[in-house]
Design a binder for this molecule. Structure first.
Ligand SMILES: [Zn+2]
Length: 217
């Protein structure tokens, strides 16, 4: 029951997000790519790990870049000012930020901002400011799992009922750490179908490219 309650509150919070639309799955039908923007201060190799994990498990190509505007304020403000163009191009956009939640603010890691934009806050995945090597490794794995879950939300995949799957809900970092690192088989199948429906498949994109330039290797 607790997990359902958590999910309900996440959905309610998402509905409050700017320009949020019901999670019908229809809103993202014409997306042609996924864009990851990360705040300055987040190590490029961590962002690259997260992107690589998403590409590996969803079989999609992801564009990534550091975005200075993410250090300036809340993703919602940033969104309206800086990435309107990317949203207008109907991309799926994941913003990665690292800012401690303000007093009274929910400390959930993933916030759905609009039908096509989510924000993942790495600060909510950290136990302590100073990290040992072991904590850093745990943190990196949390970031990878939550990147998968954030993208699942953008793809309108349902929450997984298996606690070991990264696409399941969790109540605390211990439950997040207990999850496996890759999608469970039913989620893999579901994700592959969704990616195909949306035309996000890396293989499909390769085929498009070779149609355009038949001489390329
Ligand atoms: Zn699953």
């Amino acid at each position: 029951m607790k997990r359902l309650t958590l999910m309900a509150s996440v959905l309610a919070a998402a509905a409050l997000g700017q320009g949020a639309q019901p999670d019908s799955g229809e809103a993202v039908k014409t997306q042609d790519s996924v864009l990851v923007l990360y705040a300055p201060g987040i190590p490029g190799d961590l962002a690259a790990r997260m992107v690589a994990w998403v590409e590996r498990w969803y079989g999609i190509s992801v564009e990534q870049r550091e975005e200075a505007g993410l250090s300036e304020g809340l993703p919602a403000d940033f969104l309206t000012r800086r990435i309107r163009g990317d949203v207008a191009k109907k991309r799926l956009v994941l913003l990665i930020v690292d800012s401690p939640p303000a007093e009274g603010e929910p400390d959930k890691s993933i916030q759905r901002l609009t039908a096509t934009v989510s924000a993942l806050n790495l600060a909510t995945l950290r136990d302590a400011r100073q990290q040992s090597d072991l904590q850093r490794q745990l943190f990196n794995e949390r970031a990878e799992r939550e990147a998968l879950r954030a993208v699942a939300g953008l793809l309108a995949l349902p929450e997984c009922p298996f606690p070991r799957c990264p696409l399941s809900g969790h109540r605390d970092l211990a439950e997040l750490d207990a999850k496996g690192r890759g999608l469970c088989p039913p989620c893999s199948i579901c994700a592959a179908e969704r990616v195909k429906t949306l035309g996000l498949s890396a293989q499909a994109r390769e085929a498009e490219r070779s149609d355009v330039s038949p001489g390329s290797p």
